[in-house]
Design a protein around this ligand. Structure first.
Ligand SMILES: Nc1nc2c(ncn2[C@@H]2O[C@H](COP(=O)(O)OP(=O)(O)OP(=O)(O)O)[C@@H](O)[C@H]2O)c(=O)[nH]1
Ligand SMILES: [Mg+2]
Length: 228
């Protein structure tokens, strides 16, 4: 048992070390980086498609790195925006690790970008322990998942800098109880801004884009979402 604990600790320490190096590289390049975590099907890719399209039309240099266990379906969807996109296939691993991010960014000119979004593998547990060097961790919750998910999977919502509610266009149809959801979110994360979005209507896309961009100040240093 203690060998398993030691092994897990070793993996996390190695990840944290590489994440610190990535964070420094992102800071030097002056790029805002966010790591999107949620369960499968919350609408990460759909919202990111809308966000990238909005960034392209408003002249913001944004790019995406997307992780999945298998297929490059999400990268192909996102590439339609015209923004640079790359897929990481984890071959079954339930989360992204910082060395995968580093390898896939090795030949990118980060200084030419203003925003990088990393879409993590859809999973409400595993990604929470792995720092990817991001400025902003975004946890997403869709109106179809059930208002109690933050209580059942507290770590992922607790570790978020920004919380995004997705698919609000169908909230009424699925009898979404916003009050119960906010109570659950606030009980595990009292501070993080909560944004309501719909990739169908475009609701909240501009606010999210500005929230992510404002995480980096003019000198490249990190601001908390409350300071931004
Ligand atoms: N009505 C509605 N449907 C949405 C919205 N966003 C996503 N969907 C639908 O939800 C389903 C899942 O969306 P994806 O964007 O693939 O979800 P994801 O979180 O990227 O999924 P994984 O990458 O597999 O974890 C698709 O059928 C989308 O069309 C939304 O804002 N409104
Ligand atoms: Mg996706």
């Amino acid at each position: 048992m203690s060998r398993i604990v030691d092994l897990k600790r070793g993996i996390l320490e190695k990840n944290d070390l590489q994440a610190s190096a990535l964070r420094e590289a992102f800071r030097e390049a002056g790029i805002a980086v966010s790591n999107w975590v949620s369960s499968p099907g919350t609408g990460k890719t759909a919202l990111l498609e809308a966000l990238l399209a909005h960034a392209v039309t408003t002249g913001i240099a944004a790019a995406a790195l997307v992780g999945d266990c298998a297929t490059d379906n999400d990268a192909r969807r996102l590439a339609r925006s015209g923004a640079p996109v790359r897929q990481i296939v984890t071959e079954g691993l339930c989360h992204l690790e910082s060395d995968m991010v580093g390898e896939h960014l090795a030949d990118w000119d980060l200084a030419a970008l203003e925003l990088l979004v990393i879409e993590n593998v859809g999973n409400l547990v595993c990604p929470s322990g792995f720092d990817l060097g991001e400025d902003t961790r975004v946890a997403l919750l869709s109106v179809t998942e059930g208002e109690d998910k933050p209580l059942k999977y507290p770590q992922i919502f607790h570790s978020a800098d920004v919380i995004v509610i997705t698919k609000t266009d169908i909230a009424e149809a699925v009898e979404w109880n916003a009050g119960a959801a906010y109570d659950a979110l606030r009980s595990v994360n009292p501070e993080a801004p909560i944004l309501e979005t719909s990739s169908r209507t475009g609701r909240g896309v501009d606010s999210l884009l500005h929230q992510l961009l404002s995480s980096v100040s003019a000198d490249g240093s990190r601001l908390t979402p409350q300071e931004a």
